[in-house]
Design a protein around this ligand. Sequence first.
Ligand code: ADP
Length: 483
Amino acid sequence: MTSLRNILAVASECAPMVKTGGLADVVGALPHALAPHGIKIRTLIPGYPAVMAQIGKAKPLFTRKDLLGHPARILAAKCHGLDLLILDAPALFARGGTPYLDESGKDWRDNDLRFAALSFAAAEIAAGAVKDWRPDVLHLHDWQAGLTPVYMQEMGATQPCVMTIHNMAFHGLTSRNRLKTLRLPATGFDIDGFEYYGHISALKAGLTMAQALTTVSPTYAQELMTPEFGMGLDGVIRARASALTGILNGIDTNLWCPQSDPAIKPFSTPAGKALNTQALRAEFGLAESEGPLAVVVSRLSDQKGLDLLLQALPALIGRGGQLALLGSGDRQLEHAWLTAAAANPQHIGVRIGYDDALSHRMFAGADAVLVPSRFEPCGLTQLYGLRYGALPVVARTGGLADTVIHANAAALATECATGITHKPDSVPALTAALTQLCTLYADQPLFQRLQGNAMTQPVGWEASAPLYAALFNRLATDAQEAP
Ligand code: ADP
């Protein structure tokens, strides 16, 4: 029997308190998933207004007059079953906008300092700033936590760190002129440290210094070693290949449960979805139709390939299919989708915005969920689609490739198919996938068998939680046994 392990998770978002994407879901889910394995996670997040409003009574643990130039407190609070540590630094975090963007959609100019402060606070906690509590291992999520090992080294804290890459596209780059402001040691600014072509890279700091690296799917772990997906850091990843594992994300199967989801009309079979489908058509103002009703729930960014989908859409609409899209982000893409919906309101419905309850209704009502990403570290919406019998039609990349079994002849014959996969970044391939969706849908008994397969796939944390637990245990044991 291994002893209880204390983990400090460090992240810029955590569901359900503050979320812009899948990172938040994973950070919010892991403490619950790992508790049965003897892993106790405290999660350090910034005190954004939304967080401060939700935590209620919090206990101050320590105060700094000058945390990278600003006054700050660390508060402890229990919230939504999570054990939170909150970096309350109003000069850095008491703002509108999103965690990363101001109200006009631009990056906050001091994001480097804001998240360096988060990492600095994490290092202080590792070094013993909280009375009676020290983590055995730190779990760092994405670039916002990447500088933590640099500060730990400066402070003499020696616990092992796990760095999880949720998306390699974001490097946390800033000018070398910021070395002093961020109180980074000039000695670390070189090719083996946190320098990236003359800039400071918070992500690279974590990638080079953490004892273990993980990413959110086995395929993305392989892809990161290639120039095509490594985003300029593939060489760093190749050099650390032996430290890297791909551990697939899960979803919270209590929140995403078609039998008990309060946002929908409950169902347990594909045929039971009908009332939700009817309601979804009505909600998006779509006509009755012969073809499949597909949905997209996504950030609107180049990564997600939704410009490709606009071009391939005639293959779906032309066969009586329909599309309901919920998303926000890139202004041009928002405009392009609104224009497409205005031109064909019977078949295309678009909601610009972020709406969790609506997203549940969409997966419940949909025949298919489309995820045509150019790259996708893991992806969560295809997992919701599987669980709710909305057949995933996905690009064959990253976690999408790891979670959907393509309906080719062999998989159809052996009844193991759970969706349709296609070559990424290709309008002809996406067109062919949409055509196949319509063909499969036309054979309702077959289509419902596929939906049934999808609904029984394991999509929770049952497979991945033990992998994280084993990693944390191994690192903690190695650290204890080190001379
Ligand atoms: P990413 O993290 O790259 O945005 P993921 O698929 O990993 O992509 O996670 C996105 C998460 O955010 C999912 O839980 C998805 O349902 C949710 N989501 C994205 N856009 C919206 C939206 N407009 N409304 C509601 N939920 C959304």
